[in-house]
Design a protein around this ligand. Structure first.
Ligand code: KG4
Ligand code: ZN
Length: 387
């Protein structure tokens, strides 16, 4: 369990921000709940009427250890673990924020997309709190949380280009305003983090695979093994990682008795290939984003894979070449967290967008439903586009 260090408390009872002489109107206090994958997270966030944001508390319980023996997230186990932790975490984030439940103005919870058992756990808790405290409920799209996350720590003006690279998603979005997102590109198969995790699993590097593979790659030669660069140079800005993952698996199978050096070389070559395609696809999206705009241009990278130093370095060079300012939320807000869900809830509350208590959990919920409808990133089923 970890606690974000950015606690700057608003003294609800005294009615002013601690450390400030002038009393200000009470900001809205929002409880955020996140449970869509393998992190149970809660946070309390304050939003003043002028839009100033403070994270009063942010608590995360990771399920890494529980899923490690399986080499991946097991949905049923994840849902059970969320259920076991969630009420303790909610109590902790309220206590850490130094407020009472009755001080809360709204509760925001991830309502999708994600693993349905986990999403239901968090959303039902939020409904119970909204009902018992008689406060509004905001059902948040997890991707909207990521899209707005840079605004937790800096006043990122709209529009900006966002690359979300995590275990569940790889998308390039133009973030035009609250609720106004244009998907410029997304993966047609695996997410980048998923490709990292599966490749690491093949080499038995440990779980979660991304950080383990990055560590192994440090001793490797990235030119040692030739791997494909799917979609590189294509006019669209979509991604594909399945072929790259399969090529890495084949290359590994070709080693009769793989040595540590073989693993390091394959890791480095794989990481270089992922970096190459991410930078190429992002460069394409930057051209699309710039179209009809005068600048300045901002590029934000979020999601667990953004922690990878090789990928980050590639994106930094790209931003310099393309005239974009690079923003990366600190890693506590880059990976799954509830502060970003509380922020999305606070922004929606400020414009009166609240949800009824019968709102449903949605395992599939594209952020840009318009482009998903016409150009689904990963196919459509009876219930509409998957993403
Ligand atoms: O955003 P996140 O915490 O959770 C979601 O998937 O929503 O991202 C986790 C993903 C995992 O696939 C993990 O392996 C990957 O991010 N990851 C990394 C690194 N750190 C985390 N991938 C590559 N390099 C890393 N250093
Ligand atoms: Zn996420």
């Amino acid at each position: 369990m970890s606690i974000a260090p950015s606690r700057i408390a608003y003294d609800v009872r005294a009615g002013y921000w601690r450390g400030m002489k002038t009393a200000l109107p009470k900001p809205k206090l929002i409880l955020g709940i996140e449970s869509s994958c393998d992190e149970t997270a809660t946070a309390v966030l304050a939003r003043s009427d002028d839009g100033e944001i403070r994270v009063l508390s942010s608590v995360i319980a990771s399920q890494n250890e529980i899923h490690a023996p399986y080499g991946g997230v097991v949905p049923e186990i994840a849902a059970r673990a969320h259920m076991q932790k969630i009420d303790t975490l909610i109590a902790k984030s309220v206590a850490d924020a130094d407020i009472e439940y009755s001080d809360l103005d709204a509760v925001a919870a991830t309502a999708g997309p994600g693993l349905i058992g986990g999403v239901i756990t968090g959303l039902m808790c939020a409904k119970g709190l909204a009902l018992s405290l008689d406060i509004p409920l905001i059902a948040v799209n997890h991707l909207e949380g990521h899209a707005l996350s840079p605004r937790l720590t800096e006043p990122c003006a709209f529009p900006y280009l966002l690359l979300l690279v995590s275990g569940g998603h790889t998308q390039l979005l133009s973030v035009n305003g609250l609720g106004a997102y244009t998907r410029l590109g997304s993966t047609v198969d695996d997410a980048a983090g998923e490709a990292f995790d599966k490749t690491a699993k093949i080499m038995n590097l440990g779980f979660p695979g991304g950080p383990a593979l990055e560590k192994t790659a440090r001793k490797g030669d990235e030119n040692a093994i030739v791997l494909p660069r799917p979609f590189k140079g294509k006019p669209h800005a979509d991604f594909s990682f399945a072929g790259l993952k399969t090529a890495a698996a084949r290359a590994f199978a070709a080693f009769e008795t793989p040595t540590d050096q073989n693993k390091a070389d394959l890791s480095a070559s794989f990481q270089a290939a992922v970096t190459d395609v991410i930078c190429d696809r992002t460069a394409r999206a930057m051209e699309m984003f710039k179209h009809g705009k005068t600048g300045p241009y901002r590029f934000v990278v979020a999601g667990g894979v953004a922690a990878n130093t090789r990928i980050r370095a590639g994106l930094e060079t790209l931003c310099q070449a393309k005239g974009f300012t690079l923003s990366a939320p600190p890693s506590i807000y880059c990976t799954d967290n509830a502060a970003m869900i509380a922020l999305a809830g606070a922004e929606r509350l400020a414009v009166g967008q609240i949800d009824a208590l019968d709102v449903k959990a949605r395992p599939r919920w594209p952020l840009d439903s318009e482009s998903a409808l016409h150009n689904p990133a990963s196919g459509s089923g009876r219930k509409g586009p998957k993403s």
